[in-house]
Ligand binder design. Structure first.
Ligand code: SF4
Ligand code: SF4
Ligand code: SF4
Length: 199
């Protein structure tokens, strides 16, 4: 008899809880902006916060509400700005100039204790390493968001400037750049061709 009562009691409690949750879900539902959803789909989803918002969704909602410009997502670059402009049917603007220098987080391996806190904080999985092993940053993935800097208990992460890639060089001799990009055949690769005029 007691068992039947307990079952009935649990059934009543769970039924009431379910009804309350259903009521709350129906009447307190937050309507999502369809425009914000489409804007958000364009963003890189790294949740790095470089736009000044907590994440991509929050930035998309601000854009949909008209309170944020379309050029705030640094990792997205010009391609993202152009797509946002096309979706909003507004003239494209120039992506934020982050300078010609590319930066990347760097770990001093003689100080790393392998705790893994930096890797957990990186939104783009740019930090590699195992438990109690020296960690390292994959520069090709790092967006320079700096989120990992303050997570390290030994303070061994710092930002450093990367050497420019060949395609980023500001060539003094445009002919050589054109040759590298396949726009012309080199006459010769002799060093004489690299001398400035008049030298
Ligand atoms: S900067 Fe770009 S990728 Fe980072 S949170 Fe903002 S919208 Fe997302
Ligand atoms: S700065 Fe740090 S957290 Fe940000 S992308 Fe680079 S490694 Fe990851
Ligand atoms: S938080 Fe610092 S000590 Fe810990 S794994 Fe990362 S770099 Fe190494």
């Amino acid at each position: 008899m007691n068992l039947v009562l307990i079952i009935l009691l649990f059934t009543a409690v769970f039924g009431l809880t379910g009804a309350l949750l259903g009521f709350a879900a129906h009447y307190f539902k937050v309507e999502e902006s369809p425009l914000a959803t489409r804007l958000c789909a364009i963003l890189p989803q790294t949740q790095c916060g470089q736009c000044g918002y907590a994440g991509c969704r929050q930035y998309a909602e601000a854009m949909a509400a008209g309170s944020a410009g379309i050029d705030l997502c640094i990792p997205g670059g010009q391609g993202t700005v152009d797509q946002l402009a096309a979706l909003l049917d507004i003239p494209p603007v120039k992506a934020q100039d982050t300078g010609s220098e590319r930066q990347c987080a760097c770990i001093a391996d003689n100080m790393c204790i392998g705790c893994g806190k930096c890797a957990s904080s990186c939104p783009v999985d740019a930090i590699s390493g195992g438990p109690r092993m020296i960690h390292t940053v994959l520069s090709s993935r790092c967006t320079a968001c700096r989120l990992c800097l303050n997570t390290c208990p030994t303070g061994c992460i710092a930002m450093r400037t990367l050497e420019p890639l060949p395609e980023e060089w500001d060539y003094v001799y445009p002919r050589i750049r054109d040759q590298l990009e396949g726009r012309g055949q080199p006459d010769t690769w002799g060093t004489d061709n690299w001398r400035p005029e008049g030298s």
